[in-house]
Design a protein around this ligand. Structure first.
Ligand code: DGY
Length: 328
């Protein structure tokens, strides 16, 4: 079975595939155009897919009828049309759990960086502008005893909430599709409506899976309701927030600061005015960028492909329903 991998991943994943007897194909150049990418995908059975630049939609599946399985090198699968994959009996693997700690670390880091204006102050130092001690300049805020609101309290949201509870004794409120009993028991988290989450959070951190209904959910009308001391954190997907509205909310003082590991679009343009603000920290989507998380992702993604090649169910599958849909 041929497996196309569009970028190098940690070696252990590649070795696993080769030791399982699979033929691994890499592109000559990793920066593929859509047409070049399609050509590789048309000549392969399975893809170990890195990045979200190209969509797995009807047009893709129609153009690549030989594809039988896709193992994503990500937990998020918002770039895959799951309905189309299901119709074609294509399992979509993903990489949950192994990146939860690393991604929640980045949410926690952004929260503190914004609260203490770390990026702004670091920039000043780099520009030779250390400045004299000033009792009033660019003050931060402390997080002790404040309220963390989690939108989407799953694996990553839980770890962010746990860190905030342990480090700063923060109150945890959350909004989810379903209550999270473990978080209520272990973190004393309280389920609230979306409106209560928005109004009562001192830090609002987004951790949900992105679906089309979530597009621009955090927009002007939501920022208007937030506490002017609130910090907005997004490490999930840039599509959750309306970026122009976020910028306006920051300069109008509707909210206090923002920390983003995801932007809309990505990459964010280097001359985006939000980057000029002292109460903002933007990172280039590095949530899972640790050696540990990336090794774990390589193992899970390779494991999904190997299971598929043996006629088994993928152990980490974003569309497990695919296995019952066509079984009769
Ligand atoms: C994920 O795993 O979904 C990360 O955001 C990388 O895309």
């Amino acid at each position: 079975m041929k497996v196309f991998i569009n970028k190098r991943i940690p070696e252990m994943g590649i070795t696993m595939l080769q030791e399982a007897g699979l033929q691994v194909i890499f592109p000559e150049n990793e920066n593929l155009t859509y047409e070049e990418w399609l050509k590789y995908c048309q000549n392969t059975d399975a893809i170990l897919s890195i990045g979200g630049d190209f969509k797995y939609d009807k047009a893709f599946f129609d153009a690549c009828p030989n594809i039988k399985a896709i193992a994503l090198y990500s937990v998020g699968f918002d770039h895959v049309d799951i309905k189309e994959a299901n119709q074609r009996n294509i399992p979509i693997g993903n990489t949950p759990d192994v990146l939860s700690r690393a991604t929640s670390d980045v949410a926690f880091l952004l929260m503190q960086s914004v609260a203490r204006r770390a990026s702004y102050n670091f920039e000043k130092v780099k520009q030779g502008n250390w400045g004299a001690f000033d009792p009033l300049h660019a003050l931060g805020q402390e997080l002790y005893g404040k309220t963390l609101g989690v939108f989407g309290l799953g694996r990553i949201g839980f770890q962010m909430a746990e860190k905030c509870k342990k480090a700063f004794d923060m109150e945890i409120i959350y909004h989810n599709r379903h209550p999270n009993e473990e978080a209520e028991r272990e973190l004393n988290a309280t389920y609230v409506s979306f409106d209560e989450l928005v109004r009562n959070s001192d830090v609002l951190s987004v951790h949900a899976n992105f679906t089309p209904e979530h597009k621009d959910l955090f927009n002007q009308s939501v920022f208007d309701k937030m506490n002017p001391n609130a910090i907005f954190i997004n490490t999930a997907r840039g599509g959750f927030h309306q970026e122009a509205d976020l910028y306006n909310a920051l300069i109008d003082g509707k909210i206090w600061g923002a920390g983003l590991d995801v932007t809309n679009p990505e990459p964010m343009s280097a001359d985006h005015p939000i980057l000029e603000l002292s109460n903002v920290c933007v990172l280039p989507h590095i949530g899972s960028a640790t050696i540990e998380a990336r090794n774990g992702m390589a193992q899970l993604a390779a494991g999904n492909i190997i299971a598929f090649s043996r006629g088994e169910e993928m152990p980490n599958c974003a569309n497990p329903e695919v296995y019952s849909l066509h079984s009769s």
